[in-house]
Design a protein around this ligand. Structure first.
Ligand SMILES: CC(C)(COP(=O)(O)OP(=O)(O)OC[C@H]1O[C@@H](n2cnc3c(N)ncnc32)[C@H](O)[C@@H]1OP(=O)(O)O)[C@@H](O)C(=O)NCCC(=O)NCCS
Length: 212
């Protein structure tokens, strides 16, 4: 038996469970701090996130919000945390991927790239050659990092966004869906549009308030 505990019973957790099955896990349970959620993707919710430390199983955090994902992953015994890679992801042989990271279907990661821990590389996103993706980064559905891009810790690259080659995006940024980033982003904040520009934080949710 190969047992996995997924912390976070959400739509994202459901996708994580599907990837786990494809990686040979035959017993899957969820933990979630919302007592009203009883199941996710057909798998039972058996307790709260704090229960993870008592469970004899591999663990992964399936929560979209970077700060919560980081807090929970760092509260769990690191030896139990796994990474999950969908069998239909295409990953160059020298790519380094940290623990707790989930790589979804259709993702392409090209040579020379490092991906940190606790990241989400979401469906059909791509990370080209020689990129550095920090910890707890989310590269959302269909977004693309061109070659030699750096994305620092806890930044969320929104769905369909493009980061042009040789660009750096600093930590704790929100790059909005469909944005095209053509200049380094050195100040944390929310960036939208083509080319991407910083928007007034008072008019937009910051990353801590945005959930998937
Ligand atoms: C940028 C973002 C975080 C802003 O969210 P928000 O603070 O809730 O902002 P709102 O939805 O209230 O929109 C505020 C304004 O910005 C505009 N706007 C929002 N997102 C935008 C985007 N990505 N590009 C261009 N304009 C955008 C809205 O049309 C609205 O304009 P208006 O005031 O003229 O009506 C969000 O829209 C976004 O892009 N999230 C990414 C979602 C995503 O990638 N999901 C992936 C899941 S895998």
């Amino acid at each position: 038996m190969k047992k996995l505990v997924i912390i976070g019973a959400s739509g994202h957790g459901k996708v994580v469970a599907d990837i786990a099955v494809k990686n040979g896990y035959d017993e899957i349970v969820f933990l979630d701090d919302n007592e009203d959620i009883k199941e996710c993707g057909g798998y039972p919710v058996v307790g709260k996130s704090n229960d993870a430390e008592y469970m004899d199983a591999d663990i992964i955090v399936g929560i979209g919000n970077a700060k919560i994902r980081k807090r929970i992953q760092e509260s769990v015994d690191e030896d139990k945390i796994i990474k999950l890679i969908h069998p239909k992801a295409v990953i160059a042989s020298d790519v380094v991927i940290g623990t707790g990271t989930v790589v979804m279907a259709g993702v392409v990661i090209n040579p020379g790239t490092n991906v940190g821990k606790g990241c989400i590389l979401n469906t059909c996103s791509s990370v080209d050659h020689d990129c550095k993706v920090g910890d707890y980064v989310h590269i959302a559905v269909g977004s693309h990092l061109c070659g030699t891009v750096t994305v620092e810790d806890e930044t969320w690259i929104g769905a369909g966004a493009i980061i042009s080659n040789n660009i750096m995006v600093c930590r704790t940024c929100m790059v909005g869906a469909g944005a095209v980033v053509v200049k380094d982003i050195e100040v944390s904040g929310t960036y939208i549009g083509v080319p991407a520009r910083k928007v007034n934080i008072n008019n937009y949710s910051d990353i801590e308030c945005v959930y998937i």
